[in-house]
Design a protein around this ligand. Structure first.
Ligand SMILES: [Zn+2]
Ligand SMILES: [Zn+2]
Length: 148
């Protein structure tokens, strides 16, 4: 049995259908549970993470991250993928991206992902605090192998 430590968060939506189950974050080469838990993320870590189950995104801090054991055999359902979505803020000349990490499943459609970002991530902001613009064609995406 290969059991590893993986960082996880719990959706902040009290009505999330995923309930109290952990949502695992991406982490390259996770250590075996026979070893200690890595010291990750750094103290100032903050990330806006959107949930596939309830389509709501929230800002998470280091104190929200828990290291949870995951059995790599059998629990394939827990193998998520994360996408970094970079969207424009409302301030036309700002240029700082709003970074939203979207957690999905293999069958998650682009439509669902885009509607989650547009409707469930109203609180997401760029570094200067500008909120999301309602223009989905400005969205850029890349796979997230670790959330920094
Ligand atoms: Zn949720
Ligand atoms: Zn901005």
């Amino acid at each position: 049995m290969t059991e590893v430590w993986l960082p996880a968060i719990y959706c902040q939506n009290p009505h999330c259908p995923n309930g109290i189950r952990p949502i695992f974050l991406p982490y390259p080469n996770p250590p075996s549970t026979s070893e200690g838990q890595p010291n990750w993320p750094k103290d100032t870590w903050r990330a806006f993470l959107a949930c596939h189950y309830c389509e709501r995104g929230y800002s998470y801090a280091k104190s929200d991250v828990r290291w949870e054991p995951l059995n790599l055999e059998g629990e394939s359902d827990a193998q998520n993928f994360w996408i970094l979505v970079e969207a424009k803020c409302v301030q036309e000349n700002c240029g700082l991206p709003i970074r939203i990490f979207f957690f999905g499943k293999e069958n998650t459609s682009e439509k669902k992902r885009d509607s989650t970002v547009a409707n469930g991530c109203i609180g997401a902001a760029c570094e200067l605090g500008h909120f999301l613009a309602k223009s989905p064609d400005t969205v850029q995406m890349s796979p997230a192998y670790i959330i920094e």
